[in-house]
Design a protein around this ligand. Structure first.
Ligand code: BES
Ligand code: ZN
Length: 655
């Protein structure tokens, strides 16, 4: 490895545009905390066909994006320029970018001369290709293209929140969500996970607000302008897939956890967030101990307003997370372990296309459990493994068989359709199977090497199979046969070498569940107060074997007993509440409707929102009118990611 200072110089020298923007920066230069790039980052890449992008990277490709954007809350637009550094093959005449729902005002070269451009036909999922005619260039030259544009108020990546939708209630808020193919709704670039780009940005916002990004912050206090705006500058010197370019703007405050970790959130949530995530520094250290150095400098969390559509999003240096993980007792922090793990699986070694999503999420779910084990002990990790396995079993029953393969073919489909427990839990079960067969020590050595060899590179199922055969199996035919690698990757369902995880902590839970649910004992016999969140989730997830669709498994009296005895009407843990509401809806339990309504109108996390509306919808004449009326109230508060999914089920409420 290069000494730190030399690494910094070479990383900076990588992008000419970067030094330009640094020179223009008024404030003293911020010392970079980014480690040097490994050689794997610059070795040539073979781009597999990405059916979710119009880009042709083998002809011309974007290497760096420099944004200069102003956030206007009155018009709900980001507008300004994206200056792209493009390299092209000799003889190339054009570069194709991905866009969706953007207003392109002009495209110019570095000297300001207009370049011809054309927007192709709009596809509802992919958007429109933006084809730009390249200026004449010499081989190897970096070609600069300046796209002047504005986003639309309904850009799918962006949510513009009114002050009333924030915790503080005084200032508006904006955040982006790029994964899977939404970055193209706010940045005109080649939006394919295999096409890594460095980026820099100048973001101009109203004076009272602060901007943060998935990048180094060069101007912690912003630069004040005479017109009452504030500009913030950022740079990301590690090349990243474009879905990891992320921005949030709001009344944000920061609290440090340790030397390299901390939390950003609205001031009123800061103390609770800092306390909840006190172990984040230990998590980073544990992760490094497992699979090698953290490659991104700082690791901070951004706790968003409750409409954030995901639990968490692994934006580099700055995980975005829902406030519903702040349970008050650290019981849901495995979400942080998950997003942190993506700093290796996903952000270093990246799924080359969305057909290979399991390489991001399956590896991350495995790694997440290992971090939990290292920081919170094997009991807790094992409980979470069992919950994951259980949800995989349910998913295997409900999905079409072809969608239970790890390697998918999502041509013509929204990449979101690959976001199932197959990628997460079948993927993790696969790695756990390999670990069990070869032993943890050998498996860890391989996995650490896999991250090193493939850092900053796109990964496919085929490349993964080659890597594990070359570096772990090493020609041992008997081992290869026992692992069933190809069957795991390419065949539906679970191969017979999978083993269900078990947890002693669930034995008593299952006994209590049978006593209450099957044998109709009193709720007072449930040792609820002695259980942790994972045990409570396990209990509420109990279902009779062979439960028919639409059938009840509880009487009204049992429901009332359960609700009252466990105080579920006042439950504050989002996962536990979710488990209870699923039971309540399935039984058309009217008394839970106020709590259900309150939950659905107070947060927009799709993992909770969509299943609850789906369950309501399944309850026909009772559930559908309820779904429609709750959705009419809740929808204005949801992010486009969540409304997109619920609209398809419930329909758009009349305006
Ligand atoms: N990268 C995902 C979120 C994602 C996936 C966004 C696909 C868009 C498309 C993130 O790491 C994730 O998996 N989040 C989970 C939490 C996790 C603990 C399983 C979530 O949001 O629920
Ligand atoms: Zn993930």
């Amino acid at each position: 490895m290069l000494p730190r200072a030399a690494g910094l110089v070479s990383a900076l020298a990588l992008t000419a545009a970067l030094s330009v923007s640094l020179a223009a920066c008024q404030q003293p230069e911020v010392k970079s905390d980014m480690p040097p790039l490994p050689a794997s980052a610059t070795a040539p890449v073979v781009y597999p066909k990405d059916v979710h992008s119009y880009a042709q990277p083998q002809v011309a490709r974007v290497k760096h994006v420099a944004l200069d954007l102003t956030a206007d809350f009155a018009t709900k637009t980001l507008s300004g320029t994206a200056t792209l550094d493009v390299t092209a093959e000799p003889g190339a005449t054009q570069v194709i970018l991905d866009t969706r729902n953007l207003d392109i005002r002009s495209v110019k070269d570095a000297e300001g001369k207009p370049l011809a451009f054309a927007l192709g036909t709009a596809d509802p999922i992919l958007g429109q290709p933006l084809t730009v005619t390249l200026p004449t260039f010499t081989p190897g030259q970096v070609i600069k293209i300046v796209v002047d544009y504005a986003t639309r108020p309904d850009a799918a990546a962006l949510q513009w929140l009114t002050p009333a939708q924030t915790a503080g209630g005084q200032q508006p808020f904006l955040f982006s969500q790029g994964q899977a193919i939404l970055t193209r709704t706010w940045v005109p670039t080649q939006d394919s996970p295999g096409i890594r780009q460095t980026y820099s940005a100048k973001i101009t916002v109203p004076e009272a607000l602060k901007a943060v990004m998935s990048a180094e912050m060069l101007t912690p206090d912003g630069e004040k302008a005479a017109d009452g705006t504030h500009a913030y500058r950022f740079r990301m010197t590690n090349p990243v897939p474009p879905y990891l370019i992320a921005l949030a703007v709001g009344d944000l405050a920061f609290a440090s956890e340790d030397g390299r970790t901390g939390v950003w959130t609205e001031p009123s949530r800061l103390a609770a967030a800092k306390a909840e995530f006190a172990e984040v520094g230990q998590m980073v250290t544990a992760a490094e101990g497992l699979y090698g150095p953290y490659a991104w400098g700082r690791y901070d969390l951004l706790i968003l307003p409750p409409s954030f559509p995901f639990g968490g999003m692994e934006n580099p240096r700055l995980t975005f997370a829902t406030p519903t993980v702040i349970a008050g007792d650290k019981s849901l922090v495995s979400l942080v372990a998950h997003e942190l793990a993506h700093s290796w699986s996903g952000n270093l070694v990246t799924n080359a296309t969305w057909n290979e999503f399991w390489l991001n999420e399956g590896f991350t779910t495995y790694f997440q459990n290992r971090i939990m084990e290292a920081v919170y002990g094997n009991d807790r990790a094992q409980q979470e493994r069992v919950l994951g396995w259980d949800s995989l079993q349910a998913e295997l029953k409900s999905l079409p068989e072809l969608d239970t393969r790890l390697h998918l073919d999502l041509a013509g489909r929204d990449p979101d359709e690959g976001m199932t427990d197959i990628a997460y839990e079948k993927g993790a079960a696969f790695l756990e199977t390999i670990e069990r067969i070869v032993g943890r020590e050998r498996f860890d050595a391989w996995l650490k090497g896999y991250f090193e060899r493939n850092a900053f590179r796109p990964m496919t199922s085929a490349l993964f199979l080659k890597d594990i055969r070359d570096h772990l199996v090493k020609g041992d035919g008997a081992l290869d046969a026992r692992l069933k690698l190809d069957e795991w990757v390419y065949q539906p369902g679970l191969p017979d070498n999978a083993v269900a995880p078990t947890s002693n902590a669930f034995t008593a839970v299952d006994t209590a569940a049978r006593a209450f649910f099957a044998d109709r004992g009193p709720a007072s016999a449930i040792p609820w107060s002695g259980w942790n969140t994972q045990q409570r989730q396990r209990f509420l997830g109990w279902r009779p074997a062979n439960l028919r669709d639409g059938a009840d498994w509880l009487t009204n009296q049992q429901l009332a007993d359960l609700e009252k005895t466990l105080n579920l009407a006042n439950e504050g843990n989002s996962e536990v509440l979710f488990g209870w509401l699923q039971i309540a809806i399935a039984h058309r339990y009217q008394a839970a409707v106020p709590k259900l309504t309150q939950f659905l109108t107070s947060m927009g996390r799709r993992k909770f929102v969509l299943p609850l509306f789906t369950s309501l919808w399944a309850e026909g004449d009772w559930g559908r009118p309820l779904a429609t009326s709750i959705y009419a109230r809740a929808r204005p508060g949801y992010h486009p990611v969540t409304t997109g999914s619920v609209d398809a089920l419930v329909g758009r409420p009349a305006a």
